[in-house]
Design a protein around this ligand. Structure first.
Ligand SMILES: [Zn+2]
Length: 234
């Protein structure tokens, strides 16, 4: 009968647990065993150590506990960078990223292996910093975001606080369709939001990959609606 070895006290180990994590940094997925590949510690600590090691190598690592024996095994996979769904390649800016599998992709331009992160909702707030009234520079940035899309079709969909106007619709970028949300503040003169004043009145823009709404919003159906259904067409 083999005696179970007592777990190692992690405070006696260096931050990387004394493991050379670069052995598994070539982008393939590896299953690592407690006691064989990393010390006899809680696999959660091994995950943290692996992710920190990746960061110190200028990379990122995706780590998960093995579902069948979660207290003994983890899976690790390194990538060159992390990218949010619908975001461009953080290394070269390419808008095209091929999925390798559910959470790993490859940029066809710079060949980077990219960890696809689904922290989409955090990413949604990238434009939400600051107070209610955006600076002139921020308005320009928001307007540019809208104008960077093609075929933007927006309809007035309601009112937000302070009588701001909410618009929703769709747009395209390089053949990929996006759901577009925009908020405008009413003009002092009470004019309707139009192509002429929208850049000055803009408060917020959200551009969300339409595939996130699969089954909820049929963006293809939106795209064939007649232009007269829309309030703003860019
Ligand atoms: Zn790239």
């Amino acid at each position: 009968m083999r005696l179970r070895a007592a777990p190692v006290d992690p405070s006696t180990l260096p931050e990387d647990l004394g493991v050379d994590w670069s052995r598994w940094s070539d982008g393939r997925a590896y299953r690592l065993r407690r006691k064989k590949h990393f010390p006899n510690v809680n696999p959660g600590l091994a995950r943290t150590a692996c992710e920190q090691a990746a960061a110190s190598m200028g990379k990122v690592a995706r780590t998960v506990r093995d579902k069948t024996i979660p207290d003994k095994q983890i899976w690790v996979q390194f990538a060159d960078a992390e990218v949010g769904v619908g975001q461009p390649c953080p290394i070269c800016g390419s808008r095209r990223i091929f999925n390798l599998h559910a959470d790993m992709g490859r940029c066809p331009e710079c060949k980077a292996q990219l960890l696809l992160s689904n922290k989409g909702l955090e990413a949604l707030d990238e434009d939400a910093e600051g107070g209610d009234v955006p600076s002139a520079a921020k308005r320009v940035r928001l307007a540019q975001r809208l104008h960077s899309l093609e075929h933007v079709h927006l309809q007035r969909s309601g009112e937000a606080g302070h009588h701001n106007e909410l618009y929703s619709g769709w747009g395209e970028q390089e053949g990929v369709r996006f759901i577009v949300l925009a908020e405008f503040e009413p003009s002092d003169e009470g004019e309707e939001i139009s192509l002429d004043n929208m850049d000055e009145q803009i408060l917020m823009v959200k551009v969300l990959p339409a595939n996130l709404f699969e089954g909820l919003v049929d963006v293809n159906e939106l795209a064939v609606r007649p232009d007269t259904d829309w309030d703003l067409i860019l």
